[in-house]
Design a protein around this ligand. Sequence first.
Ligand code: ADP
Ligand code: 5GP
Length: 193
Amino acid sequence: MSSAPAIVVTGPSGAGKGTLISELLRRLPQLEHTVSATTRERRPAEKDGREYWFLGPEEFELRVQAGEFLEHVTYVSGKRYGTLRSELDRIMRAGRVCVLELETEGALNAKRAVPGAYTIFIRAPVAELDRRLTERATETSTEIGDRLELAHRQLEQAGAFDCVIENDKLDHAADELERVVQQVLAPAATMDS
Ligand code: ADP
Ligand code: 5GP
């Protein structure tokens, strides 16, 4: 089993976490994304078990009660999100490194819960988040407003994470993310060899 740490990517909605993680996984195949559970609605392009495990509120709560979550939060609009312990077990058993994409509260909890977890905050200005979320058009304008309101508080927390990457030019941010993750994984790779 790899002794490499988990990589936690966080930041406000619209910062580009999902986009950057996709590119990171393409570049570093030893990484694998944990599939979170959520009670939010599935977007048309999403598939159950690929982007998320889409659960009803009752089933989510049952799994909370059963202690199945490493961390879980209630996000804007009362929707719940959480990382299943089984996802980390699955990826680690395969000798791969987990990548978690979490909002900031969950990222801080995951840092405490997973020894060696490395946290990366993806940042972009609020006006740009607004522009990107409006263009992405996966939430209603009310939900976008709620996410932007939360973003102001989340941006103030950036200093609590191990590293901050500004996602201005996408290719620059992707290069920077790859560089940082390579550096984090380097000692583990040495220990494994
Ligand atoms: P998050 O996962 O943080 O909510 P996404 O990865 O979904 O964010 O990105 C939000 C939107 O912004 C997407 O439509 C994505 O294509 C776009 N995007 C991501 N990074 C950039 C960038 N550097 N410049 C312009 N648009 C971007
Ligand atoms: P979205 O609805 O845009 O897919 O995700 C909303 C927010 O929830 C994003 O900031 C995303 O990173 C976060 N998120 C996704 N999965 C989890 C999870 O398992 N736990 C926590 N704490 N946040 C998550």
